[in-house]
Design a protein around this ligand. Structure first.
Ligand SMILES: [Zn+2]
Length: 317
């Protein structure tokens, strides 16, 4: 089973003769209709159809980082309009705050009630202690020891969504109801080159059915740098796949005005021969054409150390 790391991204056949794939997972931190709708209006007009995450319910107490939730009727109906336009609504966890098991279950039910299905994609939210396989549990063995030192022991055993018997355990819900969970974020435009095994199942982390990686682009500056002209050309030349991880509430719209640099880069990207679909159909295509990778120890080591090296350089999540 070493084939996973031998996959050459150029060999992925994208549907309909497309030469590369591009999508975004938008983390809902601080998002409101006002501060992200102009971004989605542009993406929709350009045919760049991506994934927006939501919290289906409000936090049980004051969250470290909040944002609108589906409790807000105007926000909820706008996300439903997005879904009707083809965008994927994913999950950013049950609520913006630490959420015990019972409430996680209720929030998943609420998500299904609103959107008609369980979440295809999920990303853990900063500060939520029920995050699944997060903190030092993202990495294994010596990589975990290195991570623990790098994070000065602050994230050791902090996150408990995968720990059976803990009041914050919800791993069984995750396994049964969520298709793809995001783990590593890399400082590159071609996510598939940094994580050629995705989507993958990690037998050491059985409560997640399949994992995906992403490209770091946390705010408007990081995002536009990551997708600058040369990077777009590289992504196309490599025939790769980019899954940008960003927060569209972080500087993309100021005083109601969309960042001109962001607009220009997205217009340029949309003119290229890319496959522009949300995260779930992109990962489904990889899984259908190449199979879901069962992560072996060698590939796990390579992936974890690649991430730690890139994290040490730039300090991202
Ligand atoms: Zn977040």
């Amino acid at each position: 089973m070493g084939e996973g790391c031998m996959v050459v991204p150029q060999h992925v056949a994208w549907p309909a003769g497309k030469t590369f794939a591009f999508t975004v997972f938008d983390d809902s931190d601080l998002a409101t209709v006002d501060n992200v709708k102009p971004v989605y209006d542009l993406l929709r007009d350009l045919g760049l159809i991506t994934t927006k995450s939501v919290w289906a319910m409000p936090a049980p107490d004051v969250p470290r980082i909040g944002g609108a939730t589906c409790d807000d009727p105007a926000y909820r109906s706008w996300t439903l309009e997005l879904q009707t336009s083809g965008f994927e609504i994913g999950s950013h966890g049950a609520t913006p705050g630490t959420t015990p098991r019972l409430l996680v279950g209720q929030s998943l039910d609420r998500f299904r009630e609103i959107y008609g299905h369980d979440p295809g994609t999920l990303a853990n939210h900063s500060g939520c202690l029920e995050s699944i396989y997060w903190g030092d549990a993202r990495v294994t063995g010596l990589a975990r020891a290195a991570y623990t030192v790098m994070t000065r022991f602050h994230r050791r055993g902090t996150f408990r969504g995968h720990i059976e018997g803990d009041p914050l355990f919800w791993g069984d819900f995750c396994r049964d109801r969520v298709r793809y969970v995001r783990n590593f974020t890399f400082n590159v435009v071609n996510t598939l080159a940094a994580c050629p095994v995705m989507p993958y199942h990690d037998p050491a982390r059985p409560y997640v059915r399949a994992w995906f990686a992403s490209s770091e682009g946390r705010d408007v500056n990081a995002y536009t740098a990551r997708l600058a002209e040369a990077a777009q050309d590289q992504l196309e030349a490599e025939g790769g796949a980019c899954i940008m991880y960003t927060h569209f509430a972080s500087g993309f719209v100021e005083d109601g005005r969309l960042s001109p640099r962001f607009r220009a880069l997205m217009e340029r990207l949309a003119r290229r021969n890319g496959w522009f679909v949300p995260v779930t159909p992109l990962l489904d295509h990889l899984a259908e054409t190449r199979g879901l990778t069962e992560l072996n120890p060698r590939d796990r080591r390579a992936l974890e150390w690649r991430w730690l090296r890139s994290k040490a350089r730039v300090g991202h999540s």
